[in-house]
Design a protein around this ligand. Sequence first.
Ligand code: NDP
Length: 457
Amino acid sequence: MSYEHELTVLNPATEEVVATVPAATAADVDAAVARASKAQARWAAVAPADRARLLRRFADVVDRHVEELARLEVREAGHLLGNARWEAGNVRDLLAYAAGGVERLNGRQIPVPGGLDITLLEPLGVVGVIAPWNFPMPIAAWGAAPALAAGNAVVLKPAETTPLTALRLAELALEAGLPEGLFQVLPGHGPVAGTALVEHPEVAKIVFTGSTRTGRDVMERCARQVKPVTLELGGKSPNIVFADADLKTAVDPFSFLDNSGQDCCARTRILVQESVYDEVRELLADAVASVVVGDPADEKTQMGPLISRQQLDRVRRLVPSDAPGLRGIAPDGPGFWFAPTVLTGEAPDSEAAREEIFGPVAVLLPFTDEQDAIRLANDTPYGLSGSLWTRDIGRALRLSRAVKAGNLSVNSHSSVRYWTPFGGYKQSGLGRELGPDALTAFTETKNVFISTEGPAQ
Ligand code: NDP
């Protein structure tokens, strides 16, 4: 298969061309990794306090460019301006948090007879980060910030639809004084630049976020080189609503409409106790009908477009217009629009109820009791996040244990904080990002034994 030499970045709200950028070849990846290797050797020798200072300076430079980055994100990804500002701020916060971890990245001293045993936490070398288009800035930083803080170099391949904010971040890194070659961004096609990065023998670890299908392929390629990999993959997360919950808050439609549903944590399976099913159905009907869909740069807009024609076609295939459900309204086009939708006639084992759609679509399903809720919540190949709504603390704790997912919220829809761990069970991924152990994931542990025995008498 042949690939274009240039990537054309479209504004998903208008289909206008925002920019074209060259697509990296395998040779470009080779050259970038060679530069990164050289830069990493010097970076690993920089004193921790100086490394931390440079990363804090990078955070400060990002802070001064939050508005510019946010507006670029609106144009290339169709994100709401307010959300895009949060995303750029998340990059800043992550860099500052990772900088705070540099001086705390310590090995241990373990008591052993006849000597001293110490563990050293050493950087891996060059880390490859492959980012998706749904949250281009934060997810790039989730991998890059802790990897850099732990003494590694990073080569980042953004999604081909959203390379611009990542390219700008690389410029800002240089402006902040990070060494040349330490943080490089290579836009390109997944099967070309992505594969070359994954298969490069000098790339010591891959951090991948995207679909479970591509993630599986990346993992297989890493396995051939016994290369560590962190995978953040798809989700089909439950929103479990018991009759005793605050129903209006529990079924807030932005729990699945945020980012036009292009969110791996979206609560797209609304599981409702049958005694309140009709009430919830009415609440959702009103809520989706009143969502303001349109220009993402307008501060009054509540939901923007999908990322691409390809994604729109995928959502349309999975959600035919005659499928029974509750619907809002969306512009016709140009732009990649899909109306907020709650499907009400799906069987729990249908494709729409079990597979990630990645559009503004949820399914509404009734359950009878706690056991039925747990069974339905776990009845997908995924296990990323989920919400539980009840005023019964015992039940909340029982469900928190029983639902197989990496990130659960009780009486809340929030999933992501940069200082708490994030990752999936089952086919939602492997490993954890963010949180207090984020830097350690980018180190090797070396154990050194030093004999204290004197010379034989
Ligand atoms: P992909 O998983 O294919 O893309 C994610 C990233 O991987 C992109 O940077 C992509 O590059 C890159 N990539 C693609 N193929 C390879 C490869 N062979 N080797 C290395 N890297 C590769 O997702 P899609 O963009 O195709 O989206 C399809 C579906 O995936 C969505 O509908 C959604 O369900 C799911 N998805 C989930 C995400 C999540 O956060 N969990 C994020 C994005 C998508 P390129 O852009 O060039 O294809």
